[in-house]
Design a protein around this ligand. Structure first.
Ligand code: PLP
Length: 286
């Protein structure tokens, strides 16, 4: 496969960066993941705007304009054959010649890396066949700027690994007794036909899929409120969904080994999954 590194498209096996890169030494960088569906970048404008906000949050000057980023993304998709891809982008504060905490002076150019790897369609595309996944809850031990899509993901990595070790697919994170989000997903809770999801804040990543779910609920007059969700509400929910760009909307059927609803993907999820996929197909057909 081909990747983009600092201005050039090259074979992935040829890509090299310096061990002095601040991404490597300090996790001093940000990333973005854009899903590609039928060869079409899905919600790319939203992802690129979030990329710019993340760069702003770290005071890294954006090395490309949004139209330039867009063209680089399209070219990378073309070079990797289109279809279903996960397009990954990372920007770090670059590689100065010495390791020192403050921003490098004189300034060095940021390191830009982009790759596109093929992915399979999520269970959202076949709701009747979906089985649902288990989740566990864990303390949210992350920093105070979870709205920045930083590559500093150690707490997320450890949480996800603990979930996997316990036979679960996701860790739902709890701060001060409240649900924040999953290790790599946003969380939705359904009770008595009403959908709830934690409000936008610096405690969560404002997921592009989360925003789309809110938009689609609005358009189809489905009741959704952004509100705080207590940990205890999880066990009593009718349905729980998690969302992300590469997994769309996934039903959670147990939390901490306790059955959610009937322990199978819920009816609201099934009907919403169809609407979600219909929308995706309508935007990504050509
Ligand atoms: N929350 C976290 C911590 C994430 O890492 C992600 C994505 O990977 C999400 C939420 C979902 O965001 P999006 O829907 O933009 O993929």
């Amino acid at each position: 496969s081909e990747v983009f590194l600092n201005g050039s498209f090259i074979e992935a096996s040829q890509a090299r960066i310096s061990p002095m890169d601040r991404g490597f030494l300090f996790a001093d960088g940000i990333y973005e993941v854009i899903p590609v569906f039928n060869g079409v970048l899905f919600r790319a404008e939203q992802h690129l705007r979030r990329l710019e906000r993340s760069l702003d949050g770290l005071q890294i000057p954006s090395p490309h304009s949004v139209p330039e980023w867009m063209e680089l993304c399209r070219e990378l998709v073309r070079r990797n054959g289109g279809g279903e891809l996960s397009l990954y982008m990372q920007v770090t504060r670059g590689a100065p010649d010495k390791r020192d905490h403050p921003f490098p002076y004189p300034v060095v150019p940021p390191t830009v890396f982009m790759s596109a790897t093929s992915i399979t369609r999520s269970p959202t595309h076949d709701p009747d066949a979906a089985l649902g996944f288990a989740a566990i809850t864990l303390d949210d031990i992350r920093w105070g700027r979870c709205d920045i899509k930083s590559v500093s993901l150690l707490p997320n990595v450890l949480a996800k690994q603990q979930a996997y070790a316990m036979g679960a697919a996701e860790a739902i994170l709890i701060r001060d007794g409240l649900v924040t989000e999953g290790a790599s997903t946003n969380v939705f809770l359904i009770k008595d036909g009403r959908i709830g999801t934690p409000p936008r804040s610096t405690r969560i990543l404002n997921g592009i899929t989360r925003e789309l779910i809110i938009e689609l609920c609005d358009r189809h007059r489905i009741a959704l409120v952004e509100r705080e969700i207590a940990k205890a509400e999880l066990y009593d929910a009718d349905e729980i969904w998690i969302s992300s760009s590469t997994k769309d909307i996934t039903p959670i059927v147990s939390v901490d080994t306790r059955k959610i609803g009937h322990g199978v993907p819920g009816e609201l999820w099934k009907s919403f999954a169809r609407r979600f996929v219909d929308y995706k197909l309508s935007v990504c057909s050509r």
